[in-house]
Design a protein around this ligand. Structure first.
Ligand code: UT7
Length: 360
């Protein structure tokens, strides 16, 4: 056995599932594919109560509201309570999504949590969410993909559902970035916030996920990292003194990569579907920087005011939770309607990226 696939190995797997050849069969296949698409049945979010404004930050580090707004578009962000961890926020967003979908926790048979701020290394945040929701036995796991985590999570759930292994998945992105922020570093602390977003996925008869593009570029990992606390640099008095348990970022270099990578990912998913900027009703991007999003809109040839959903002003960058919360708010505000074509697009530490097109 090779990876459980049988002695013939990976190369022959495709040969065991020949594609239909006649045009009649192709039509049938397309109909089946159409029927078996994965859609989003409900969305949810949770934002902690505490608001940290730019004026508050002016008292903490050498910065100004004017600098933060012009360079990033952020006016305020939410900060979780001391005793509020990623799983607590995740559960609240999940309950909201279940409610929106008209489902109960026991209807879920797969839980995926995207987070880079898990409650602890293990057990996973997803297992804690499963326990707190009172769901028994179903698989639950975390994914560590930084800001692209929600889109990776949706893509993974899509595969499990299309493959027939699970029926209804809960995909949650929850981040308590305030716990890993250096509150004395003005180049990073003005950017991040806390929050959680969730979606319930299932097979749908109409619409659903049309395409996904995921990618990673590990050789640029040092542009955005949390150096200590893992097996390479376990926690010690020195790592704490040197603040190596907080986010280190080369913002300027990342900025340039972000604009190109987000545009490339968007085109990589849109082009094979024959979709152009005009065909997209709304872009739900990761909210890293308003200037990045304006540049993305320009490259996609769309009007940012009409076609790019923005909430960075209220929440800052919440890593994976940013696109999840943005999706939820766009639905709540009526910016997404049945039949709309939505592009989700994210970029972040890893480096990683993910773009997904869904017909609502
Ligand atoms: O979530 C996914 C990944 N994240 C990103 O993609 C983030 C991408 N990067 C960015 O959003 C931007 O690079 C930042 C917002 C982080 C920084 O903006 P920038 O326009 O790239 O500024 P910079 O780093 O080039 O710094 C310009 C100046 C520097 O001063 P000097 O050297 O020109 O005198 C900084 O020291 O701004 C200074 N600066 C600040 N000034 C006031 C840096 N942070 C601050 C601050 N307040 N908070």
């Amino acid at each position: 056995m090779v990876n459980g696939r049988g002695a013939e190995g990976q190369g022959s797997v495709g040969a065991r599932f020949p594609r239909p050849e006649t045009s009649e069969m192709n039509t049938k296949e397309m109909m089946v594919t159409e029927k078996k698409r994965t859609g989003i049945l409900g969305v949810g979010k949770y934002l902690p109560e505490k608001v940290l404004t730019n004026a508050d930050l002016e008292k903490m580090v050498d910065t100004s509201d004017e600098w933060i707004v012009t360079r990033t578009g952020i006016k305020e962000r939410r900060i979780a309570a001391k005793d509020e961890a990623a799983s607590d926020m995740a559960v609240k967003a999940a309950r909201c999504a279940l409610n929106n979908a008209g489902l109960k926790p026991e209807d879920i048979d797969l839980i995926i949590v995207a987070t880079i701020t898990p409650d602890m290394f293990f057990p996973s945040t997803a297992c804690q969410v499963q326990h707190k929701l009172g769901i028994k036995k179903v698989p639950a796991f975390d994914i560590s993909v930084a800001c692209s985590g929600f889109i990776y999570g949706l893509a993974i759930a899509d595969q499990f559902i299309k493959g027939g292994m699970y029926k209804r998945a809960l995909v949650i992105a929850s981040e308590k970035l305030s716990a890993i922020t250096d509150w004395e570093d003005r180049s990073t602390c003005i950017l991040f916030g806390d929050g959680a977003g969730a979606a319930v996925l299932s097979q749908v008869d109409k619409g659903g996920i049309l395409g996904v593009n995921l990618g990673a570029d590990g050789d640029k990992g040092d542009l955005l990292q949390l150096p200590a606390g893992g097996s390479r640099m376990p926690a010690s008095k020195k790592t704490v003194e040197d603040k190596l348990h907080t986010i280190k970022m080369e913002g300027n270099t990342l900025f340039k990569h972000a604009v190109k990578i987000m545009a490339d990912a968007a085109l990589a998913v849109a082009n094979p579907l024959g979709l152009k900027g005009d065909d997209i009703d709304l872009i739900i991007p990761h909210q890293a920087n308003l200037r990045i999003l304006n540049a993305l809109a320009k490259r996609m040839g769309v009007d940012p005011a009409k076609k790019v959903y923005l909430n960075i002003e209220k929440y800052g960058n919440m890593s994976a939770a940013s696109s999840a919360v943005a999706l939820c708010e766009a639905v709540e505000e009526g910016r997404i309607k049945r039949g709309d074509t939505i592009l989700m697009d994210a970029f972040g530490g890893g480096l990683t990226w993910g773009a997904l097109i869904i017909k609502w």
